[in-house]
Design a protein around this ligand. Structure first.
Ligand code: B12
Ligand code: SF4
Length: 517
């Protein structure tokens, strides 16, 4: 049977990274079936084209995964596939919580023939076999023989054949840059960011987050060996195809067990398996100097920190009181001293926020080493404690906001400001952090740092501005490049001064050595 695994585009930005679930399920598919992956962010498709594709390619089963914000598109694509008589199974965080919606049991129309609840590592082979036999069931739940929920241990973990998988659709380097990159030299034919997980689960239970409910509060880890082998495979692939690979450790809290993280990082270093990587780590875990040393030595370049707010009352309100705004600056300095950048994520529209919250936050941010601040709105995702609280209080203004997804739009009214005011605060946050002046200031303030480090933040800022300001397509990119030409030319000038080869950081092909001031 030919199986298509499809992830819809998010309609706003092009994701910079493919989705892990597809590669994982592909690796877990029983032998005898062919699996094709299409990520809508890399290969945009509409209803007509997916229907045509499954007919022409004789696809026997389509698996669709989606987050809440892509679910409306996912349903439309599923409807188109089912209309040509091909079975659809859906999985992922949204349909796990809203299975009745996907199956048309809530009074709406049916979109999926089957739904895979929760983690599907163990149910997927069964789904494929049932589909091949024509005995697909409505619901597949990860349970043991006694009907108790069973979470995959991640030991053993399937080997994802990164050396063989077709990754053509996931090259981040636009064709327009190829001639320039050829001048830079070998090793820049492709640039891919690959998702890798080292563990699952988070015990913290922040009120707005799906993770504790979905993956559970006990953490499961892969063995160090299996993670290291995966990195070595990726590194070898980058070398073979004359390209660059960076890794996104998608664990929700990569250092949740500091002792284990340190041992993994030591093993990465010992095996010379360093590639440049990004990981999410909460600020409270970055107090440990040795951990941060190891992060830098093992290839860590960007750490995503869910700061959420600089107001302790807001943090306590959403059960994230373990974040201490008073120590944010120290943590960021600790990373910056090792040339590790921080992606600092904030949420506006929290219940203690008042107009002016963006400026108050920006004022703090300006005192920190430059990084990548990002701003979002408090969003009640289905089945989270936040959703339940707001629903019980009658505060949801768009209870089924995902059915008509609007980017950067609230679905409830915060207590101390209006919805419009909250939207405005987010606009102020982005406009002030990603204006050409702000980008120039950030790059200039790093004049004492290596050129590669400054190029890194320039490219990252140009990419990240696309999360909020529409930046799809060549014209939008060209506009952004023109607006930032002063900063770009400054760096190019310095680069040619030193020789461009020396200036452009190689991402994967060389061992990463710790850079200190
Ligand atoms: C990496 C990541 C991203 C990446 C993008 C996704 C990517 N390319 O990988 C980035 C950083 C861009 C991102 C952004 C956002 N993310 Co995000 N992200 C994640 C993260 C950390 C890891 C995803 C992952 O790979 N997990 C590991 C895999 C193995 O798990 P999985 O995807 O759930 O798949 C398993 C099952 O769900 C199931 N399954 C999944 N799909 C399918 C399909 C089929 C057919 C079947 C059978 C089974 C199946 O099988 C898999 C194996 O068990 C998750 C949290 C998490 N731990 O999952 C949040 C998460 C998915 N993100 C979330 C959110 C909210 C966002 C944002 C909206 C945040 C924001 N406010 O801006 C944005 C928007 C994304 C967009 N561009 O539209 C939420 C989604 C909740 C929801 N109900 O939708 C999550 C769960 C985190 C959270 N705090 O709650 N994200
Ligand atoms: S926000 Fe981060 S720390 Fe909080 S529960 Fe979710 S994954 Fe855990």
């Amino acid at each position: 049977m030919k199986i298509l695994l499809y992830n819809p585009d998010n309609g706003v930005t092009r994701n910079f990274m493919p989705h892990l679930w597809m590669f994982l399920l592909q690796a877990l598919t029983p032998p005898g079936h062919e699996v094709v992956l299409i990520d809508g962010n890399a290969q945009p498709m509409d209803e007509e084209s997916i229907a045509r594709y499954v007919r022409e390619q004789n696809v026997g089963l389509v698996g669709i995964g989606a987050m809440t914000r892509m679910i409306a598109k996912a349903y439309r694509m599923a409807d188109a596939v089912r209309a040509v008589g091909v079975k659809v199974v859906m999985g992922g965080p949204h349909v796990t919580e809203m299975a009745d919606e996907a199956l048309g049991r809530d009074g709406g129309s049916r979109h999926a023939d089957a739904v895979a609840l929760g983690e599907a590592d163990e149910t997927w082979p069964k789904i494929v076999e049932d589909a091949a036999r024509g005995t697909l069931k409505d619901v597949y739940a990860p349970v043991d023989d006694f009907g108790q929920e069973r979470k995959p241990s991640l030991q053993p973990y399937p080997e994802i054949p990164w050396d063989k998988i077709k990754l053509d659709q996931f090259n981040l380097l636009p064709g327009i840059l190829h001639p320039l990159l050829k001048r830079v030299g070998a090793g820049w034919g492709t640039f891919r960011i690959i998702p890798v997980e080292s563990g699952r689960g988070c015990p913290y239970g922040c009120e707005f987050c799906t993770v504790t409910g979905f993956f559970g509060d006990s953490i499961r880890f892969r063995t160090n060996e299996s993670v290291v082998n995966e990195l070595l495979l990726l590194k070898a692939r980058a070398r073979e195809e004359g390209g660059q690979i960076a890794v996104f450790f998608i664990d929700d809290n990569f250092a949740i067990n500091v002792k284990r993280t340190k041992s993994l990082l030591r093993d990465i270093i010992a095996a010379n398996a360093q590639v440049h990587w990004v990981a999410q780590i909460s600020a409270n875990l970055l107090r440990d100097e040795e951990l941060v040393d190891l992060i830098a030595a093992a290839g860590g370049k960007w750490i995503f920190i869910g700061m959420e707010s600089i107001d302790p009352a807001n943090l306590a309100d959403v059960k994230k009181g373990f974040n201490k705004p008073g120590e944010y600056a120290v943590v960021l300095d600790r990373l910056a001293r090792r040339n590790v950048f921080a992606i600092t994520s904030f949420i506006f529209g929290m219940d203690n926020d008042t107009p002016g919250v963006a400026e108050r936050t920006l004022k703090e941010i300006r005192t920190w080493p430059p990084g990548l601040p990002i701003f979002g709105l408090m969003t009640p995702l289905p089945a989270t404690p936040l959703y339940k609280k707001l629903e019980a209080a009658g505060r949801l203004t768009r209870p089924k906001h995902w059915q008509e997804f609007i980017p950067f739009a609230m679905a409830h009214t915060p207590l101390k400001m209006s919805i419009e005011e909250a939207h405005n605060e987010v606009r102020i946050g982005w406009a002030n952090s990603y204006s050409p002046e702000a980008i120039e200031k950030a790059v200039d303030s790093l004049n004492h740092k290596p050129l590669g480090y400054r190029i890194n933040i320039l490219i990252a800022r140009l990419c990240f501005r696309g999360i909020y300001f529409p930046q799809m397509g060549r014209l939008a990119w060209l506009k952004s490049i023109l607006e930032n030409r002063r900063t770009i030319f400054k760096l190019i000038k310095q680069g040619f001064g030193r020789g461009l080869h020396a200036a452009v950081p190689s991402v994967a092909a060389q061992p990463v050595t710790e850079q200190r001031d």
